[in-house]
Design a protein around this ligand. Structure first.
Ligand code: GTP
Ligand code: MG
Length: 397
């Protein structure tokens, strides 16, 4: 059902109005956010073509290699041996199936992985060997922690974690000495093997002990790590990584605001802005995220890509393009709605069936939302100067 544009305009104003007033205010805010965060290394590069085979390629590089990846925000994966660092990186960014991680070899030197799937999501993941020694003179902590955005410390919750807690404390304090702007994240990992009670117990125990250690070192209040329960065998690792990545996106408040406007104007239950390749959500509206909704949305992306790959007319064509859209009706009266936002991002929403009767309004507001996202890119292109042209982005869309 499509509603006349005139009606839509009466209710929501013109496209310009919906966007213009909001964005001009947001634009100012965005500029200040960007200058505040002022990350000169910036994740602002020209958008590349969709990675082949819906993957980022296996262009892992060893530290010291030269190239354009050097100045992107870094996410460091640290933790004891066999805690699951490489598995996390391979499952989230290289589509390795969790069972295949059983055959991963132990990492012997730092491996850099360039994640370059969209202009909003550009960073490097550095996977460290478990046996790294901070007191080794060859360990250059200035270089490693200096321009690091996030440090993820992985703890194997199925193992005795006393040693891991000691290492966690050493790692946090060492990194904090060098760079006080790092976002510290602790993954309490492999929780698939634990009962719910043991999961919460492990989280409480690890969180309390880590916080006490920091308090003893006089760092409580200064250094506040976030804790997540994760496993590669369910969506928890994607959800946790989503929240880590979001903290590195300076435009997050703008994106959240746009999603909030969309949700309230259309009466949606929940809306996620997904990076299609990794299924990381780079923003969502401000209502709480429930894991089931997130999993449903992830599954929907898989279905859309799979159906498109199998039944698409043109075998050569990309399985995700401007025409990509899908509506899936669930038996509980909820509708899953997916629309392409640009070649890397998709909007995935949960909508109640009765609300979806006003599909025309939803479509109209989606177009306003899509335009707004492009304007956010445009603002960034202007503020970043001619070197990081994102023009191709909107042209292609
Ligand atoms: N049950 C379970 N096992 C996991 C999970 N994540 C990783 N593993 C297993 O943990 C083992 C070690 O994983 P790796 O990813 O090699 O660990 P690592 O931290 O990179 O180890 P090093 O490179 O030696 O430091 C593998 O057998 C994985 O299959 C998880 O979420 N749950
Ligand atoms: Mg490893």
């Amino acid at each position: 059902m499509s509603l006349p544009t005139a009606h839509a305009q009466n209710v929501y104003g013109s496209s310009d109005h919906w966007m213009g007033s909001k964005l001009s205010a947001r634009e100012q805010e965005l500029r200040s956010i960007m200058s505040l965060n002022g990350d000169p290394s910036g994740s602002y590069h020209e958008v590349d073509s969709f990675p082949e085979g819906y993957n980022y390629g296996d262009e892992d590089e060893v530290i010291g290699a030269v190239g354009g990846v050097e100045n992107k925000p870094r996410i460091l994966l640290m933790g004891l041996r066999r805690s699951g660092k490489s598995s996390i990186q391979k499952v989230v960014f290289h589509k390795l199936s969790p069972n295949e991680t059983l055959f991963l070899e132990s990492t012997s030197k730092v491996v850099k992985d360039d994640i370059n799937n969209s202009s909003f999501v550009q960073f490097q993941v550095w996977d460290f060997p478990g046996q790294i020694d901070f007191f080794d003179p060859t360990f250059d902590s200035e270089q490693i922690f200096g321009s690091c955005g996030s440090l993820i410390f992985v703890i194997d919750a199925q193992d005795d974690y006393r040693q891991a807690l000691i290492r966690l404390h050493q790692t946090l304090t060492k990194a904090f000495q060098v760079n006080q702007n790092i976002k510290f994240e602790v993954f309490i990992h492999k929780v698939d093997g634990l009962s719910d009670d043991r999961k919460w117990e492990a989280q409480r125990d690890i969180q309390t002990k880590a916080t006490c250690d920091l308090a003893d070192a006089g760092l409580d209040g200064l250094l506040r790590p976030s804790f997540y329960l994760t496993s590669i065998y369910d969506h928890s690792i994607f959800e946790a990584f989503s929240r880590v990545v979001q903290k590195l996106i300076p435009q997050l408040p703008t994106l959240e605001n746009l999603l909030n406007i969309l949700v309230s104007n259309c009466g949606l239950e929940k809306a996620f802005l997904f990076d299609v390749v990794s299924k990381i959500y780079i923003a969502t509206d401000s209502s709480p995220v429930d894991m089931l909704s997130y999993e449903l949305c992830c599954d929907m992306i898989d279905v859309v890509i799979d159906v498109s790959c199998i039944y698409g007319d043109d075998v050569e064509a990309c399985a995700y393009d401007q025409q990509s859209a899908s509506i899936i009706k669930l038996s509980n009266g909820v509708i899953l709605y997916l629309r392409e936002v640009n070649r890397f991002l998709a909007l995935v929403c949960l909508i109640r069936e009765e609300v979806f009767e006003r599909q025309g309004l939803i479509e109209y507001n989606f177009h306003c939302f899509r335009e707004s996202i492009q304007q956010v890119f445009e603002v960034r292109r202007k503020t970043q100067g001619p070197l990081t042209s994102l023009g191709s982005y909107s042209d292609d869309n």
